[in-house]
Design a protein around this ligand. Sequence first.
Ligand code: GLC
Length: 727
Amino acid sequence: MDITLSQKGIYQISSPSLHHLFSFISSRAFRFYEDSSPKSPCVETYPVIEEGVEVVQEEDIVIFSYQDIEVRIGNPLTIEVFIGGKKVLQAEDYFETSGDLDVSLAEKEGHKNKQSDFNGGGLKIHSRSPVYGLGERSGPLDKRGYDYINWNTDDPSAHVDTFKSLYQSIPFFILFNPEISVGVFLDNTYRTHFDLNKTDPSAVKISFAKGEGDYYFFFGKMDEVVSMFTSLTGRNPLCPYWALGAQQSRWSYPSKEKVDEVIQGYRGAGLPLSVVYLDIDYMDHYKDFTVDPSKFPDIVSWLKQKKDEGIVIIPIIDAGVKAEEGYRLYDEGIENGYFSTLNGEVYHNEVWPGDSVFPAFLDEKVQTWWATHIKEFLDLGFGGIWNDMNEPASFKGPLPLDVDMGGSLHEKAHNVYGHFMVKAGAKGFELAARRLFQLTRAGYAGTAAYSSSWAGDNQSIYDHLRLSLPQMMNMSLSGQAYIGVDIGGFGGDATPELLSKWAYASLLNPLYRNHSSLGTTDQEPYLLKGQYLEAYRKALHFRYRLRPALYTELFFAEKDGNVPLRPLLYNYPADERLINENTEIMLGKDLLLIPSLFPGEQKRGGYFPADFIHVESGNLYQKGDHIVNCDLLTLPLYFRKDGLVALEDDEHTLSLLWGEKEGAWTYLYEDQGDGLDYRKGVYNLYRIEMKQGRPYICYLHHGMESRYTNIHVNKFEFPFLPQENKD
Ligand code: GLC
């Protein structure tokens, strides 16, 4: 075993079996990677600790130490990590082999048994800890006992626990420990396989089909681990304020008259609304960056009119481009060689427009070209971009693995195709000098830096209402802050009860979008009647009041990797009861949602990890188990008795949820709601603390005039008078 310094702080380990590099990122993170590892799609740069690292070589083992962390790498490959003398990780080389069992008969009937070969390399980590993360998945919060394949997949059938893949692949997970959790990120974009204590209850086994083992390890509390991971791979930039309001979508609202009818429907039923989406039928023959003039004549003045009415319009853009001569996007792409190729010819498949080609998004030139089209489209007056079918999805079988997607073959490019599509889109927002607001279906680690995500085509079934909670929590723990699911379910027909229950169960999701598929029952909330309408209205009105708290959480998500939506365990890591709590969810440190997840349910069991107060009734629930109301007319939301939550009653009036604890505090962030000036300091950040029954408001940053004039605390009203920070 030879150890040499490759660059300052980066050590080369060479032996007949090891050709690896090692570097500390901090005293709680390091990278260990094959020296042939390619440029990462998401890690631009990472800090390398250059000074203070000690290297000791013993026979067949090298020990790197920095402050209180020690990493021992052995040959043949073993990795052991100690922090403060305590072992926190033990791993070794691992090669997955296909089993001997002949499953061909089962496959003939369509059972997907056989896994492709994952014998490119891998790692076996000795662990029995709860496992979280891995992005968007079906199955429960704690992933132990399951295995997943990272291969972005558009499968419209109902997402059930046995699904190995969904639309996104984030090869990052957390092995939870209340003291020191371990985050593991395998930065390899090929098909990878993660067996989480499934075939061996004492081990997590990760393996890749091809490419290199490029690993990052992070150590700390769960919040620290997520923050280290997102600081490396990227974070959701703060969304515009309007993106926290109600969003309505359907495949499709096919004309401007229909969109206007939807807006009127909301208004007429006393339901607030901020955003309407245009699904594929707004386009001229499903051609990206076109608007059908017969359905949406004079789009610019119509969009302006909607904006003045307080409604943002967001169009869908698909990855597949119609192959048709005379269509500008296609002609430009052909002329410049911007589409993916197979054996040197432009590769064709079929998507919505019929015969389609696929921009070679991994090529920077293609990204720049795409960005100019995004800018042009945004300049018409659209408020954001909804990116879809970017796994990429195709109707005539999957794209062959050797399609060239911009200097990278499909087998390697697949999991980052959507990532680079939205990276290109984000460049378009920069060109247009607009605050970023994109949604994407496909993604990889770090996609959050360019786009928010929704969880794809769920269905109008109670199973998917229940799935949405662990799915959101694990996406959050994978570094995605602004996320949501289609409220009411996309496929299938939502009953009024399911729809209104979904409105409550999504209350804390940053993305609050009702969307449904072509051919399903209409599920716009204003079509509801009686108590169902009342329930949806109650959810929506509270949601609007909740925006300052959500916005503040999202500001900190961008700033320091805060996780807005959380499993309860995140806030109460010592409470073992919460390790696999799938039916409750928290926003920040103080808000707890205990929604109904079953039809006909009026009451349910609720577990309170501390003392909480019901936001409507003011009833106190002491730490422990309780039966709580979850009927249609009860808002299933609780705030922590010792906490403080800032809501807004109207544009100028804040109100605080306060359980009368002296010294309870919260942060509050405000800015102009849109635009990029917040990056130049045009925003206010306050710390609000309760002292002797009064709110003391202190500026932590004072960059603009506040829109708030007064503040309510329980029954009392005070002027909103922030003090300059004296420290
Ligand atoms: C995909 C999307 C869905 C959209 C549909 C039509 O299925 O996931 O949200 O409505 O395509 O564009």
